[in-house]
Design a protein around this ligand. Structure first.
Ligand code: ADP
Ligand code: MG
Length: 476
């Protein structure tokens, strides 16, 4: 096939290759491959390939990672060469390289190249990385970086550990790093931050992030399609493997088995592993003993529930990001009221901001209370049983210990029943749970208390008022 020339440039036109032509040759080669290897394999290995140029009959292509380079070289380079020769008889060989920063930065180079010059043609490194990531790794949230993570007492340990892992390029400071904590406290954010940091600083390192659920799904699919060897290969060749919400594979034996082997071989080869869960390794039920002990081997870092200071800090930082004018009073109010987790806090702030933009009014405390009334009520209802017991005990002037004691005198039994009643009304605790908190009483005792208080409220209006007052105080 003739090499297209550009007569107008210089006399050496015979040496020129039109990059567009080279690219469209590659497109046809790739399409051809797609037909023979199937869509899934194509997406994983061929799609991320970018054409860089041609020199002395060597077509140069590149991929995002060293691992992919080796894989493409071992499995596809011959076929690629054959197919490319069919398109362009000048192609003798194919060279597979790895994207470098330099490749990315040469974005302004002209697309016409001399046949005897290496020209690195810009390909959007990011897009390619993302498309590769879409196959093996899950995509990363742009906002989840270290810069945007607000550090406070409850998360400083986990943050420091995550930073450390992301900066240790050749060693594994602790393996695995196990992050755990309640929902919405920043585990996923920290993992994405590690991935972003490494991808930025060392694009050659193969970082994979995915949920345990996705890991399992991929594993099951590999079993079904009988491609478990490829599956294992993919995971065992990463530099950093991050698995989010690992509690998901609790009780799922074969997935755990596979995970255990992947885990071991990566650790043995000195690759970094980062794992998150909602509980500590030992507290996850249905986790195999040997897996638990391996998970406990590295560094276990927990993220504690947020404090008022951290919540306020996060709100200030988010308010700044959306450049919204929010009175300090409103931020303090939200930090005080929305205590469940950071996700809910963010959601509340977004709602307040969106509302003010929609109605075109400044954000005020009144508007905030109004917009969030449902959320605030739900948060208010999160009273603990201990708080109820304390409040009721002080109202009826009995000792806190009487809430748990076996004393049955009316003077303590009645207040205790009121506290049980309020615990049922104001918390989401079950009857047995409530019973346990009242000195290990049976759930039928709690049921009886609830009925008794209801009955009394109907017949005794001053008692009913008392209970109503307590309820209001507790709902704050
Ligand atoms: P988890 O994975 O622990 O359930 P996420 O990492 O998904 O929680 O966090 C929930 C939301 O809260 C995300 O939008 C995240 O950016 C935000 N978030 C959590 N902790 C912080 C923090 N310390 N600073 C800033 N944003 C945070
Ligand atoms: Mg998460």
């Amino acid at each position: 096939m003739a090499v297209p020339t550009d007569e107008t440039e210089t006399g050496a036109s015979a040496n020129r290759i039109n990059m567009d032509e080279l690219k469209s040759e590659w497109q046809r080669v790739a399409e051809n491959l797609r037909g023979s290897i199937g869509e899934a394999v194509f997406q994983s290995w061929i799609k991320p390939i970018a054409v860089r140029g041609m020199q002395d009959g060597v077509a140069r292509i590149s991929v995002p990672t060293r691992f992919m380079r080796d894989w493409v070289n071992a499995h596809y380079s011959e076929r690629i060469t054959d197919l490319w020769q069919d398109e362009n008889s000048k192609v003798i060989n194919v060279d597979v390289g790895v994207f470098t920063d330099r490749t990315q930065k040469s974005a302004s180079k002209p697309e016409i190249l001399r046949a005897d010059t290496v020209v690195e043609v810009p390909q959007l490194l990011e897009t390619t990385l993302q498309s590769q990531a879409a196959q093996i790794s899950a995509s990363l949230d742009r906002r989840f970086t270290f810069d945007q993570f607000v550090v406070g007492k409850p998360n400083e340990f986990a943050y420091a550990a995550a930073r450390r892992v992301s900066e240790a390029s050749l060693s594994t400071p602790f393996n695995p790093l196990f992050l755990y904590g309640g929902v919405g406290l920043g585990k996923t954010h920290l993992m994405h931050a590690i991935a972003w940091h490494i991808r930025e600083q060392e694009p050659d390192r193969n970082v994979i992030y995915l949920s345990a659920e996705k890991f399992m799904y991929k594993f099951i699919r590999a079993l079904r399609e009988q491609t478990t060897v490829d599956f294992k290969e993919q995971f065992r060749s990463v530099d950093v493997l991050m698995i989010d919400d690992v509690q998901f594979i609790a009780g799922k034996e074969s997935t755990q088995e596979e995970f255990f082997h992947t885990f071991n071989s990566l650790v043995d080869e000195g690759r970094q592993i980062v794992i998150s869960a909602d509980k500590s390794p030992s507290d996850i039920e249905g986790m195999e003993e040997r897996l638990v002990s391996r998970l406990n081997c590295g560094l276990v870092a927990d993220i504690h529930a947020t404090t008022y200071e951290l919540r306020l800090g996060i709100l200030q930082s988010k308010a700044q990001q959306v450049s919204a004018q929010i009175p300090a009073k409103v931020l303090e109010f939200l930090a005080h009221k929305i205590t469940a987790n950071v996700r809910e806090l963010e959601g509340a702030l977004n709602r307040v901001v969106a509302h003010s933009q929609l109605v075109g009014r400044d954000i005020s405390l009144e508007a905030t209370q109004d917009v969030l009334h449902d959320l605030l009520r739900a948060n208010d209802r999160r009273v603990t049983i201990e708080e109820i017991q304390k409040q009721v005990a002080s109202h009826f002037n009995i000792r806190m210990s009487d809430m748990h004691s076996a004393r049955r005198a009316r003077s303590v039994a009645r207040p205790r029943q009121v506290a049980m009643y309020l615990a049922k009304q104001l918390t989401s605790r079950s009857l047995p749970e409530i019973g346990r908190k009242f000195g290990g009483r049976d759930h039928t005792t709690v049921m009886h208390a609830v009925r008794k208080v209801d009955e009394l409220r109907e017949h005794d209006s001053s008692f009913a008022e008392d209970v109503e007052l307590l309820k209001q105080m507790l709902e704050g």
